[in-house]
Ligand binder design. Structure first.
Ligand SMILES: Cc1cc2nc3c(=O)[nH]c(=O)nc-3n(C[C@H](O)[C@H](O)[C@H](O)COP(=O)(O)OP(=O)(O)OC[C@H]3O[C@@H](n4cnc5c(N)ncnc54)[C@H](O)[C@@H]3O)c2cc1C
Length: 385
């Protein structure tokens, strides 16, 4: 299907990104999956190309490019030709903006250049062993003491958790207010900040997802982002973009799975013909094709809406819900069409199946997306009798 949202500059950019993914990411992917994390070096290389935090101001070394379509291209090419466990976008566009948009001049000048160059890798820590979807229930807390905040607690399932040099940690700052949270910049080497295990996941094996511990970490006041009691509203402010980032990636990964399955069913033979000749195969791939095309139009629309500053949280939740659910269906059908090969890790589709399972869980689960959409249409259980 022809897409209408890209200009020739985006297409040129896509060619360059594709070459980067093919040369600098794909050849290392199997080793990264084995070692449970990407090499730090790949962030440096992406930084050299200007692919990190592209939105950041030129005075910090960024390109000053707010146009979301460039990030969309980076995500799509990483999904197709790179390695989905390389969380470049989490670094650039999910965590980076907390520093860029909430940080003051001193914080931006101090922290952004290293992130743009790929010397400092970013993570964000909200989830805890006891709470994920219900963020307001977090127990990690920070107390104000003169020139610093004393941070205590633990986080889990944190992406880039082993590699991160800067972790934005959400912590309770007002004990008796559910939404009384602050956001703290915790840096590698701060006393009392420790990393736990690199967790063993069913998929996304190249992604270092970890536990983090904070034991009387003295976070200097200059490392507090914005108002130390408004963290909850800051977190919700960035969720629209986070869901759009996810949607772009889930759909691109599903498209990739569909394409490689089409190749497979043309080659693989059973009962004297290509399995692609069976009506079931043709209809399955036809149905998925139609759904992928329809959703691509919707996601591209959301990207343009976001560029225009109009994407609202309900629509972003719809995109996240639909793309992650479709991704799951595509992966499942594509494994089925591969037969036994689809269950073998040496076939890419088997890895894609497990990689994709988390899309319906993280960045707000499908159930939470439905809650948001339902509230948006006026069915808010909190206000109903
Ligand atoms: C690979 C991976 C990477 C991650 N990266 C990060 C990261 O970088 N930073 C970070 O902070 N977190 C991260 N997370 C955490 C992730 O965001 C949470 O796992 C997710 O928000 C779900 O929270 P939970 O695991 O506590 O599940 P729970 O909240 O315990 O949910 C369990 C089930 O209950 C359902 N449920 C919960 N509330 C409701 C409700 N109100 N109505 C209906 N159903 C409901 C959920 O949908 C789910 O099906 C990551 C997780 C994974 C798996």
């Amino acid at each position: 299907m022809r897409r209408h949202i890209f200009d020739p500059e985006h297409e040129q950019f896509r060619d360059a990104v594709r070459r980067f993914m093919v040369a600098e990411v794909a050849p290392h992917a199997a080793r990264w999956r084995q070692q449970g994390q990407v090499d730090r070096e790949v962030f440096r290389k992406a930084g050299e190309q200007g692919y990190l935090l592209m939105w950041a101001d030129e005075q910090y070394g960024g390109a000053g490019v707010e146009d979301f379509r460039y990030e969309q291209v980076l995500i799509e090419e990483n999904m197709r030709h790179g390695e989905p466990g390389f969380f470049m976008t989490l670094h650039s566009r999910l965590v980076g903006p907390y520093l860029g948009k909430l940080g003051n001049d001193e914080q931006r000048a101090r922290l952004l250049p290293g992130c743009i160059e790929g010397r400092s890798i970013l993570a964000i820590a909200m989830t805890e062993p006891g709470t994920g979807s219900d963020l307001a229930g977090m127990r990690t807390h920070a107390e104000e003491h003169g020139d610093h905040w004393l941070l205590n607690g633990s986080k889990t399932y944190i992406s880039n958790g082993q590699l991160a040099d800067i972790v934005i940690v959400a912590a309770r700052t007002v004990p008796d207010r559910r939404h009384g949270l602050g956001l703290f910049v915790v840096e590698r080497g701060m006393e009392g900040f420790e990393r736990g295990r690199n967790l063993h996941k069913m998929g996304l094996k190249a992604q270092d997802t970890s536990e983090l511990f904070f034991n009387n970490v003295k976070v200097p006041k200059r490392n507090v982002l914005g108002d130390a009691r408004q963290g909850f509203s800051y977190l919700t402010r960035f969720l629209v973009e986070e869901r759009l980032l996810g949607s772009v990636g889930y759909l691109a990964y599903a498209q990739t799975a569909w394409d490689l399955t089409l190749d497979y069913v043309r080659e693989r033979r059973a009962f004297g013909k290509a399995i692609g000749a069976f009506q079931n195969t043709r209809f399955k791939l036809a149905e998925l094709r139609a759904q992928l095309d329809a959703l691509q139009v919707f996601v591209d629309h959301c990207v343009l809406e976001h560029n225009a500053g109009r994407l609202n949280s309900d629509t972003a939740a719809e995109a996240k819900l639909l793309t992650s659910e479709l991704e799951g269906r595509v992966m499942d059908e594509c494994v089925q069409l591969h037969g036994g090969a689809g269950y073998m890790e040496e076939f890419r589709i088997a890895r894609m199946y497990t990689d994709a399972r988390v899309s319906r869980i993280y960045a707000g689960s499908s159930e939470i997306m439905k809650e948001i959409i339902a509230r948006g249409i006026g069915l808010d259980d909190r206000k109903m009798q």
